[in-house]
Ligand binder design. Sequence first.
Ligand SMILES: NC(=O)c1ccc[n+]([C@@H]2O[C@H](COP(=O)([O-])OP(=O)(O)OC[C@H]3O[C@@H](n4cnc5c(N)ncnc54)[C@H](OP(=O)(O)O)[C@@H]3O)[C@@H](O)[C@H]2O)c1
Length: 456
Amino acid sequence: MKEILDAILSADSTSADFAAIKLPESYRAVTLHKDEEQMFAGLESRDKDPRKSLHLDDVPLPELGPGEALVAVMASAVNYNTVWSSIFEPVSTFGFLERYGRLSPLTKRHDLPYHVLGSDLAGVVLRTGAGVNAWKPGDEVVAHCLSVELESPDGHNDTMMDPEQRIWGFETNFGGLAQLALVKTNQLLPKPKHLTWEEAASPGLVNSTAYRQLVSRNGAGMKQGDNVLIWGASGGLGSYATQYALAGGATPICVVSSPQKADICRAMGAEAVIDRSAEGYRFWKDEQNQDPREWKRLGAKIRELTGGEDVDIVFEHPGRETFGASVYVTRKGGTIVTCASTSGFMHQYDNRYLWMSLKRIVGSHFANYREAYEANRLIAKGRIHPTLSKVYSLEQTGQAALDVHHNKHQGKVGVLCLAPQEGLGVRDAEFREKHLPAINLFRELDERNVKPGRDI
Ligand SMILES: NC(=O)c1ccc[n+]([C@@H]2O[C@H](COP(=O)([O-])OP(=O)(O)OC[C@H]3O[C@@H](n4cnc5c(N)ncnc54)[C@H](OP(=O)(O)O)[C@@H]3O)[C@@H](O)[C@H]2O)c1
């Protein structure tokens, strides 16, 4: 591993140098163990502790298949799917690996008694498999997390529609929270040159998801002048949705749960911010019944902030707790676009407000290669910025996942894999300098106030 790291850290390593490096037989990786699937049985979600289920193990190097690349991972990031995986909710990820393994002898490699997690990476290509022409050893890359087979016609208009669509490092093995990772080369994107490894690794999954969900015609197709209600606006997805709304000439109405998070939204440039804790919204009277007066109270707050207008788009992901309110506050003809259900997936809403006011609910999930490419391109051009607030070592991944699980983080949380320290990997210092305040925004605000938001 030292030879790999030395080559990456050296300024003049060539592609041939990388191709000549002898690969190790094993590597360190953050894993789940199949025989621990039931370890949290009977516990409340909140009490399931990722530090207990996530292990740092030496695992064998997988065989490289056609159309694939082996990447030396300098940095990765924690996503909410790391949390879901580590608490085995809503289902154990080993079921995904078993199903994938039944597809072909090649996919059988993924069905193992351990699962290497991680759906983001920034690093350097070490080897490419048969049939790969676009990438070569030594290329500095980030990876998006869409894994597709594309053997069916269904995925050829929009690869997210492939029946064998999976999220790499969640529904497949050999993810990015490790020293090495195995990806399909149609997951690779050029690493933005002005960013460090950990900054470059952090936007991937959430940035691409927010791009499709909000901007793409496959999602809400946001346009200039739209009012966009963004739940969790300083969180992983929300911190990118807020930037897309601002950069696209829309008006974000940011919902957060603390004054500190409200400050972050204002620092990004948002003016309309709602602190849901201070407002004390109680959309549910009890387990079964919602309180429409509380939806109306949210709607009135939105009108107060917008000068009397309702929202064109709601950027939804909290799910059960907020969905009824989201459907209610959307303007006539508007769109509720959802990609998740953090607080519960059995939603309840008053359908009269949907059909009578001709609203649409749109489901959105990750992004196709083109959308992920566009989202990464905007990062590379300095139009959208990473929202990295804190960086952990590979050994501390369990703690990082616990912090995200308990909503104690801002924006994105990074993880150093092979990178020995933060701050490495910048290839265009001049361009970086221009955008430094925006790149450091979340880190600086996190260091300054450190007060976590209300636990979910
Ligand atoms: N389908 C996909 O492709 C996709 C991609 C990425 C993520 N996701 C899913 O989307 C969800 C959010 O991911 P993320 O990375 O943005 O997570 P995150 O960084 O934890 O941010 C989510 C934010 O949502 C807010 N929130 C949480 N529970 C809430 C509730 N009950 N009511 C109102 N607001 C609530 C919190 O903000 P405040 O406390 O400040 O309000 C939190 O910071 C997760 O379930 C994740 O698995 C799906």
